[in-house]
Ligand binder design. Sequence first.
Ligand code: URA
Length: 279
Amino acid sequence: MTDIRDILRFYADAGADEALLDQPVNRFVEAESAPRRMSAPEEAMRPDGNSAPPPARNAPAAPPPRATQPTAAVPDEAQAARARELARQAGSLEELREILDGFDGCNLKFTAKQTVFADGDPEADVMFVGEAPGRDEDIAGLPFVGRSGQLLDRMLSAIGLDRTGAYIANVIAWRPPGNRTPTPLETEICRPFIERQIELANPKVLVTLGGPSAKVLLHATEGVLRLRGNWKTHTTAAGTVIPAMPTLHPAYLLRNPAHKKLAWRDFLEIKAKLIEIRG
Ligand code: URA
């Protein structure tokens, strides 16, 4: 007989880690003719704009939208342009955090609990950038606090660093629902914010964690296994060139522990670069 724990484990593994309603809903007694209302993320993915289609003739009136649920914005080019403009306006990291908190142009924001901006010391010589927050980060409001964050902490400590000596952020500041991969447009909307964050933090060394971060920040086209371990550069909008090391994502290393030796080599490179830079 299937244990209820097996079913819950199955759901958790599939990424369904939240109950959406306080009360259970018996779908079998719902009127079959009632049109299905789109969830906020589904509405957000509509290709044609912000509004749902007009109700069919004679269809029951749609329930009023829940007051507490903001309408999700559609990720489109206009939002990417707005993000670029807003990010440019930020004169400090604090201003950038406030702008991100108030930005409603990325639908990921409406399913996330909060904005995950950064952890560590923004004055640090080295900045690490991952892909997007997961469940633990969404709850804590800080990047890399879950299992992969704990591995990152151990990797930092192996080269004599901790979060007081590093600045840590993500390309995307909101947890994608169920940890799904962010869409290219969502990434494009978030790109100006992380680029400005790097520019304002102005680290001496940038480390991209995983393929998506390298793709966005280093314009990399190869796979991360080929890319990692080779110094690249990230150029800010103002033209500052920052040495950048692409390395493997800690979550990948948790799944592929045999590749930790590759990340170890990359971290030794980072350590050597920091020693060289500090003179
Ligand atoms: N993975 C990431 O890329 N970032 C986090 O903050 C956590 C997990």
